[in-house]
Design a protein around this ligand. Structure first.
Ligand code: SF4
Ligand code: SF4
Length: 380
């Protein structure tokens, strides 16, 4: 059989077959979802600009930096006619999320970050798929992205029919839930496009009601300044004191709005070896993490998304978690240890943790004992 390269004059017939081959090949590479869109993002650009003007983007200046490239794909990659969106499941099995969240002495780490950094898992596969597309079509030109450029990845995936954007502002699907990583290939090939799926949120508001910081200001509207994922991962600043109690034990990201979503009953867990839980981080205690020095942090987070916040940010978040933990001796000792940490930011957060524990103890005593001077109060 001889190979026949596509030319622009016979694309109409061969593109359908190319699209089908693309779906098969993406599946072979381990992608759980794939779809093609002819991006229409102008309205999203307008909405984004309104949200930025209202300050909902927090300090994520990089959102603004690239301007309209984010919603005009041809400005980012000239010649782009289609975007191929791809998804992969990212939650490891046996992550025991609800037990970890319910235990204030344990550290809660977003489930996608328990294994190898997803950029490292996804990027080489996208590169392989793009190479395959070029070799098969002979005309593909474009670029592949995993969170590495100004790309409206969720809206693109929605337009490509992989799922819909839920009220929690994440992409979800009936088959895969929302535990999805997304990547894209921008291409000049006018592939047949997929049909977007319907939104199935209906009257549900579970994600909005569960959000510990009320960051979902309205359906489909996230105020990043209040979102625990932003506060614990993106922001390098001190975490606002008023929000620290609501963080609970969440020291890297937050999954609450996903854990409560009824469609995540159908979420597939990842079988990728690289994304399985490392170092028992799904069940680790805050007071253990407090004693990590920088060398141990570097060792335990090698190849992991946890590297994103850096050692100081990691310890800052642990200090807040300890301020919300039970007033056990081992937690108090860990707080005292962090109060002597070389980084000022960690010290400040550890000082708050000590104050917060004292405040909680005092509140609990007064709640139980009408006269704490004369009554023996139980330890809260
Ligand atoms: S990630 Fe957490 S804080 Fe952010 S919107 Fe979801 S539930 Fe709220
Ligand atoms: S929790 Fe309900 S409202 Fe929120 S994304 Fe899921 S289905 Fe939609």
């Amino acid at each position: 059989m001889t190979t026949r390269w596509l030319s622009l004059s016979d694309l109409a017939v061969d593109l359908s077959s190319l699209r089908l081959q693309l779906l098969d090949h993406a599946q072979l590479l381990g992608f759980s979802g794939v779809g093609v869109s002819a991006p229409q993002l102008e309205q999203d650009g307008e909405k984004l600009q309104r949200l930025w003007q209202q300050g909902y983007g927090g300090n994520m200046q990089y959102l603004v930096k690239h301007g309209s490239k984010r919603w005009r794909p041809e400005e980012l990659v000239p010649g782009t006619l289609r975007v191929i969106s791809l998804s992969m499941s990212c939650w490891p099995p046996a992550a025991d999320s609800l037990s970890a969240l319910a235990d204030p002495d344990r550290a809660y780490i977003a489930r996608y970050a328990l294994g190898r950094d997803y950029h490292k898992v996804m990027r080489p596969r996208l590169a392989k798929l793009a190479t395959w597309l070029y070799q098969t079509s002979g005309i593909h030109q474009g670029r592949a992205f995993v969170d590495s450029a100004p790309v409206l990845e969720k809206r693109l995936a929605e337009q490509a029919g992989i799922g819909w954007i839920g009220k929690h502002t994440l992409l979800l699907s009936r088959q895969q839930g929302s535990a999805l990583l997304l990547g894209e290939i921008y291409t000049n090939i006018p592939l047949p496009i997929d049909i977007p799926v319907d939104n199935h949120c209906g009257s549900c508001q579970a994600c909005m009601e569960i959000c510990p910081t009320r960051a979902l200001r309205a359906p489909y509207v996230l105020d990043a300044r209040l979102c625990i994922s932003y506060l614990t991962i993106e922001s390098r600043e001190d975490i606002p004191e008023s929000l620290r109690p609501a963080l609970g034990n969440r020291i890297f990201g937050c999954d609450d709005c996903q854990l409560v979503c009824p469609w995540n009953r159908y979420a597939r867990t990842t079988q990728e070896r690289d994304q399985q839980i490392r170092h028992g981080l799904h069940a680790v205690h805050l007071n253990e993490l407090a004693y990590w020095d920088e060398a141990l942090y570097e060792h335990k987070t090698e190849g992991s998304a946890l590297r994103r916040i850096g050692y100081t940010g990691f310890m800052r978040n642990i200090a807040v978690g300890l301020g919300n933990a039970r007033p056990l001796a081992k937690n108090l000792q860990a707080i005292a240890h962090l109060q002597r940490h070389p980084a000022d930011q960690v010290q400040r957060h550890a000082d708050w943790a000590a104050r917060n524990i004292e405040r909680r103890l005092a509140t609990a005593q007064h709640a139980v004992c009408p006269d704490p001077e004369t009554t023996a109060c139980p330890t809260p």
